[in-house]
Design a protein around this ligand. Structure first.
Ligand SMILES: [Cu+2]
Length: 357
């Protein structure tokens, strides 16, 4: 409320200033003296020039403050191998465009002040210079091309195919939580179909597929091993969500009907990060970064990065979904046997039809 009042007061102040100028200009027109009119222009130019200079100083200060204020949240400690390439790319781009931004803004506002209209001064007439044109076209073109090339190379590296031995974790977004599935001891995720989704089988896993029998679904936390490649297979059940793991510099949309993926190598365990940050409660997290509806804010999953042996121990402790929910497995085997029976009944009929023909 106070912020609103301040904004409103500043706005009103500007309106009052503008009206005062307008009255001054109109008054000089009514007086009809060209000398006075020129004088009025001079005053308004000086005021405008000063306001532009103040805008440069105020805007520059706000720019510096916003950077300083958001520094910690902009620079979360890094915990993945590819994150270093992403950070390098980000900061190289930021420094290059930051320098250009600062120089051009200073020139733009300072020159508006310095070269404001003066009755006794004429602008220098300088129509064309090919050499200058070439220089200020070529330099930005080369710099931009280098940045784009660097970005393309980094993106190609990050999105290259995951190594064969990567730990697979499936992540499915739904309104409003994440669901997670591990392939279990066989290393293979069972087939899933959206038509099989119900209140218990939230993933829509087809349990007639043997690979699904040891799948681990929705563990309390996502565990991944340090120093090993982890492949995230990402899906969505309803709207677009987005998998965001800021400490790993990882972000990939979860799109309904279009599976996506992202692989990465965690480089620091949760414990190491707790020591580094001096925060014993530190936890990596998976958040949704697509505004996907009313419960968007609640889409969070805690990620634990373990030493590889701790990860194996954790995985061995998990109970597969089919074991926890034998009724779901039973339903599928009943269906399978009734389908088999129907098939065996249908086959002789087919034979009959054939013989009839
Ligand atoms: Cu979401």
């Amino acid at each position: 409320m106070i912020t609103f009042a301040i904004v409103l007061s500043v706005l009103l102040l500007f309106i009052i200033l503008f009206l005062l100028f307008r009255i001054g200009t109109l008054a000089s027109i009514f007086r009809g003296s060209s000398e006075r009119a020129a004088g009025t222009t001079k005053t308004s130019n000086r005021v405008n020039g000063t306001l532009l200079l103040l805008f440069l100083i105020g805007g520059g200060a706000a720019f510096a403050w916003s950077f300083a204020d958001a520094w910690d949240t902009m620079n979360l400690p890094l915990a993945s191998v590819h994150g270093e390439w992403t950070d390098n790319l980000f900061w190289t781009t930021m420094i290059v465009i930051g320098i250009v931004f600062v120089i051009t803004q200073i020139l733009l506002f300072f020159y508006s002040y310095k070269y404001q209209h003066q009755d006794d001064k004429r602008a220098y007439y300088y129509p064309h210079n090919n050499k200058l044109e070439i220089i200020w076209t070529l330099i930005p073109a080369v710099v931009m091309a280098a940045l784009v090339f660097g970005g393309w190379k980094t993106w190609t590296n990050i999105t290259s195919a995951a190594p064969e031995d990567a730990v697979v974790v499936e992540i499915m977004g739904k309104q409003f939580n994440w669901m997670v599935r591990y392939p279990g001891a066989d290393g293979k995720l069972g087939v899933a179909k959206h038509t099989l989704i119900d209140a218990t089988n939230e993933f829509g896993v087809d349990f007639s597929d043997k690979n699904s029998h040891d799948d681990i679904i929705n563990p309390l936390q996502i565990h991944v091993p340090k120093g090993k490649p982890v492949l995230l297979k990402i899906r969505s059940r309803d709207v677009i969500h987005s998998v965001f793991m800021p400490h790993f510099r990882l972000k990939m949309d979860a799109v309904p009907g279009m599976p996506t993926k992202f692989w990465f190598v965690p480089s620091k365990t949760t414990y190491e990060m707790q020591n580094e940050t001096g925060n014993p409660d530190f936890k990596y997290e998976l958040a949704c970064t697509e505004v996907c509806g009313r419960g968007h804010f609640a889409m969070r999953y805690v990620i634990i990065v373990d030493e590889p042996e701790d990860y194996e121990a954790w995985l061995a402790e998990q109970t597969p979904f089919a074991e926890q929910n034998p009724q779901v497995l039973a339903k599928f085997s009943n269906e399978a046997s009734s389908q088999l029976a129907a098939k065996t009944n249908a086959e002789p009929k087919a034979e009959e039809v054939k013989t009839e023909l």
